[in-house]
Ligand binder design. Structure first.
Ligand SMILES: C[S@@+](CC[C@H](N)C(=O)[O-])C[C@H]1O[C@@H](n2cnc3c(N)ncnc32)[C@H](O)[C@@H]1O
Length: 222
């Protein structure tokens, strides 16, 4: 069985998003490929329907993955929460591989992905199904009072940030909820190891693997 095709009880029974939502996802600025987006959507739908709780994302960027969480939340009658300081990760800063100069606020000279994020969600017709939390993930997690049905970690990719996201948000994840980690690369030649390390930690702490799609891992809390 190939890495991208390893099966999943979460995705096998879930329909793909509508053609309109998929087109909005594909048109949005961002990095997530379609096959990983479909796996994220399947997990989000499963978590939203089973728990009825909000779906939490760390790393909104320009709203590409948020579209899928918002659509899953809309269909299940809940909401997507998405956390980002909107100043970009390390690799998105000027001079780095993933920098996009069109996302720099010329007045302050810093990245600001919030305007593009808002336009993206507005254009997809999903603005009313998303609560954007603008701030640093551990700070937001520390004051967040409720439970969530899904935690999707796609924020900063250093150990400091990945561990902060894991330790900040996993305590808010309901029993039976799903933890989704992006950019998990067991082989260091394929990418940074911080997401892989929190994925291993989740397994060691009792999460069960649900699916593997590219670099996207879906785990269920017992
Ligand atoms: C890889 S991008 C997210 C991509 C997005 N999920 C998508 O599919 O298009 C990572 C984002 O995490 C944000 N970020 C990094 N560290 C953060 C932190 N500690 N708190 C909040 N946001 C953070 C960055 O600003 C950036 O927008």
């Amino acid at each position: 069985m190939t890495d991208t095709a390893r099966a999943t009880d979460a995705s096998s029974s879930v329909e793909a998003p509508s053609a309109e939502v998929l087109a909005a996802f594909e048109a949005a600025t961002g990095f997530m490929p379609v096959h990983e987006g479909l796996a994220l959507y399947a997990a989000a739908t499963d978590a939203a329907v089973r728990t009825g709780l909000p779906l939490l994302e760390v790393g909104s960027y320009c709203g590409r993955s948020t579209i899928l969480l918002a659509e899953a939340a809309r269909l299940a009658g809940t909401v997507a929460l998405t956390v980002d300081h909107h100043r970009g990760s390390e690799e998105q800063q000027p001079g780095w591989e993933y920098h996009d100069s069109s996302l720099v606020d010329p007045e302050v000279g810093l990245m600001d992905t919030l305007p593009r994020f808002r336009r993206t969600l507005r254009g997809a017709g999903l603005e009313d199904h998303v609560i954007a939390l603008v701030g640093r993930s551990p700070q937001v997690a520390a004051v967040w009072g409720g439970q969530v049905g899904l935690v999707f970690i796609d924020g900063g990719h250093t150990d400091e940030h990945a561990v902060g996201d894991y330790e900040g948000w996993v305590p808010h994840l309901a029993a039976g909820g799903l933890l989704v980690v992006h950019d998990v690369f067991p082989d260091p030649a394929d990418g940074g190891q911080a997401p892989y390390r929190i994925y291993l930690r989740a397994l060691a702490e009792g999460f069960a693997e649900v699916s593997v799609t590219g670099s996207l891992r879906v785990l269920r809390r017992g």
